[in-house]
Ligand binder design. Structure first.
Ligand code: SF4
Length: 222
């Protein structure tokens, strides 16, 4: 089984409830979406074909032997849109088979059903401001595991905030899943968003993209 891989790099997890954790990122090439704020357009086409075994060998080489516990070696499959690759669930399962904790970053536009339940799923619900609101598979909510998976909203403005709040409330996801609200980089005022969350007593996690604060918005491989 082969995959087009854009890059494999070791860095700090910049987002979500696991932010700050060292993580090996495997970025697959290609995405059928075109979000207006996309920061990985270089992953739309660039990449080299790699055999599954070569990807696993790269993971083993960087992460070493598996360990249990909260500081176990951590690997994330990202993109592009990794689930646009039909073999992605098998790759996730194989990485888990090495004994690592495994996460998947996805836009929620592709079916989560074949993804192993134990994989940490970070699912990006695209808002109207992204331009890709319609690329969403509602049934994916049924495959998200409470206490493990995360539902993420990148908000482009106050209208997106109101939309995301109403969307979450209509589906009662706030009591079931970790929900993350973040301002789009260079767009929505971060302090405004934090204040709104507090004012509305909304049980979501405010987040900033740690890797962009550390290294700037354009650096690759971090
Ligand atoms: S889903 Fe992700 S990779 Fe694809 S266009 Fe949107 S931001 Fe870019």
């Amino acid at each position: 089984m082969r995959f087009k891989v854009n890059e494999i790099f070791y860095s700090i997890q910049g987002e979500g409830s696991r932010a700050g954790r060292p993580c090996l990122f495997i970025r697959l090439t290609g995405c059928p979406l075109r979000c207006v704020y996309c920061d990985t357009t270089y992953a739309f086409h660039e990449g080299e074909m790699m055999e599954l075994e070569a990807i696993l060998a790269a993971a083993r080489e960087r992460l070493g032997p598996p360990m249990a516990g909260p500081n176990a070696p951590f690997v994330e499959l990202t993109g592009g849109e990794p689930l646009a690759h039909p073999g992605a669930p098998a790759l996730l399962g194989a990485l888990e088979g090495l004994g690592y904790q495994v996460a998947l970053e996805t836009a929620g536009s592709h079916d989560l059903a074949p993804v192993p339940r134990s994989v940490v799923k970070i699912v990006d619900r695209k808002t109207p401001g992204s331009g890709e609101e319609g690329r969403w598979l509602e049934s994916n909510l049924d495959f998200m595991v409470s206490g493990q998976d995360e539902l993420k909203f990148v908000l482009c403005g106050p209208d997106d905030y109101q939309w995301a709040k109403a969307w979450c409330r209509a589906r009662d996801v706030l009591g079931r899943l970790d929900v993350l609200f973040s301002p789009v980089w260079g767009g929505l005022d971060a302090a405004w968003l934090a204040e709104q969350i507090v004012k509305d007593n909304l049980p979501v996690r405010f987040q900033l993209q740690l890797h962009k604060l550390l290294w700037g918005p354009d650096r690759r491989g971090v």
